[in-house]
Design a binder for this molecule. Structure first.
Ligand code: SF4
Length: 236
């Protein structure tokens, strides 16, 4: 079956968006592909307000998915509510399967096998909402980590095309945009957390150094190639 992904020339697309600002990229994207199925999810982390503000200026109707793993800080959930009111965001919260989530709570899976815990609580719920989508807008910033630094503005991820409108932005630019536009950051930032995920796996620290601090894990798995997320698991 033909998909948008197989019909589009990614190299040409990258070239035509390369010299635009993030806001111009989003405006062009909705002009070019606004009739397609577009997926956005946000962690409501310390820099999320930047992309969310740009999206709200480009397409206020865009659904923004929040994956509530059941282990998010209360500050993050309150922040999502506040930002949603302020920017008029169309937020849709999704949760993991109840029984699978319960298993990870009883088993303390984040300590024994954080990849499995992320698969159950983040990746699988996300894979459900990804079905049938043509594009996925992500808020990845290249400067945030080694695994993100070489990404292009557009890339194929299975049958979906990922669009990274802020991939080449400097973190200082993000901070100055937030300040200039009086946009709040996740309140945990002011308590020393520069990156915020689940409370079991987030410590205070610079950049992403506080994420999965006691393991070699650096990403939750949402942004890994689809096939790597399809590892089988069984929960009895
Ligand atoms: S970040 Fe930690 S607690 Fe959250 S889903 Fe992943 S392993 Fe589990």
């Amino acid at each position: 079956m033909k998909t948008i992904s197989s019909e589009i020339n990614i190299e040409e697309l990258n070239a035509s968006y390369a010299n635009l600002s993030p806001l111009e990229r989003l405006a062009k994207f909705y002009k070019d592909f606004g009739d397609k199925n577009i997926l956005v999810s946000s962690s409501f982390g310390t820099t999320s307000a930047y992309l969310l503000d740009l999206i709200s200026k480009s397409n206020r109707k865009q659904e923004i998915h929040l994956i509530n793993t059941g282990y998010l800080f209360k500050e993050t959930l309150d922040y999502a509510d506040d930002l949603s009111l302020r920017l008029g965001l169309n937020i849709k919260t999704i949760k993991p399967d109840f029984h699978h989530h319960q298993y990870t709570s009883q088993n303390r899976t984040w300590e024994k096998d954080p990849n499995l815990c992320c698969s159950v609580n983040k990746v699988l719920p996300f894979e459900e909402i990804k079905k049938g989508k043509d594009f996925w807008i992500s808020g990845l910033i290249g400067k945030q980590s080694h695994s993100r630094k070489d990404k292009d503005i557009f890339e194929r991820n299975g049958d979906i095309i990922k669009f990274h409108p802020i991939i080449d932005i400097e973190l200082e630019e993000v901070k100055s945009y937030l300040k200039k536009n009086d946009l709040p950051t996740n309140p945990l930032f002011h308590k020393g957390y520069e990156s915020v995920g689940c409370f079991h796996c987030t410590a205070k620290g610079k950049g992403r150094s506080g994420r999965w601090k006691s393991s070699t894990k650096t990403e939750c798995g949402l942004h890994l190639p689809s096939e790597k997320n399809m590892k089988a698991f069984a929960i009895s």
